[in-house]
Ligand binder design. Sequence first.
Ligand code: PMP
Length: 285
Amino acid sequence: MKIYLNGKFVPKEEAKVSVFDHGLLYGDGVFEGIRAYDGNVFMLKEHIDRLYDSAKSICLDIPLTKEEMIDVVLETLRVNNLKDAYIRLVVTRGEGDLGLDPRKCKEPSIICIAIPMPPLLGEEGIRAITVSVRRPPIDVLNPAVKSLNYLNSVLAKILANYANVDEALLLDKEGYVVEGTGDNIFVVKNGVLKTSPPYLSILKGITRDVVIKLAKEEGIEVREEPITLHDLYTADELFITGTAAEIVPIFEIDGRIINNKKVGEITKRLRERFKEIRTKWGIKI
Ligand code: PMP
């Protein structure tokens, strides 16, 4: 396995960053998780745009153009001879000192890792719980910024692990159910598809946007509206979306069974459509 690290491809064992890197010391950096399907890097441009928006939001100047960054991703896949892969693209503030002043950091570190990876949560329906860990308010640490600080999601995942379920769903401070640890939530009720709006505490998922588009193409009504616990518990169908997870139905939430533990019609249709377009929407390796 060859890793892209600051302009070079190096073996995994040699892919190392400084212990003074602010990405390690403070979670000071941004990242993307991207997938390639059969030689097509799915929604690559959109991921790169989100990476640069995250970076801009935290005042991190990425020393490559977007076109050069796209080439980094494509080259990493080529060098590793991968057509289907999960790609992790990371930009950290770089090496500084123990102080948190980012002006001490000389230049950002850029890392690209590509590995084969099946859908993260499997293809079956999953069990989930809502957890006590709240998603940070948008005026505290906006989840729209895909920063390296994922402690909030990690803590929620630990609670799911303790409860012996597959995934945790997080509420915001107001009590709306906003998103999973690394995925967005969709509720189907009476044929209408509902998902959390971007003005709440969510990462605006690229899979989320694709699913909204596909649903509209299928003639399904989509509403971006706040989701309550009651919406979850009384849903006809429930699923999460994300690059790593793809589209995964939730069969059980806080002990309530959804759709008799069967994949619902709308979920099924969207999954089929997603499988059709995932090798087409994006950039060829
Ligand atoms: N929310 C969070 C917190 C995430 O980490 C992710 C994964 N990037 C998502 C939602 C889904 O986003 P995407 O569909 O772009 O992978």
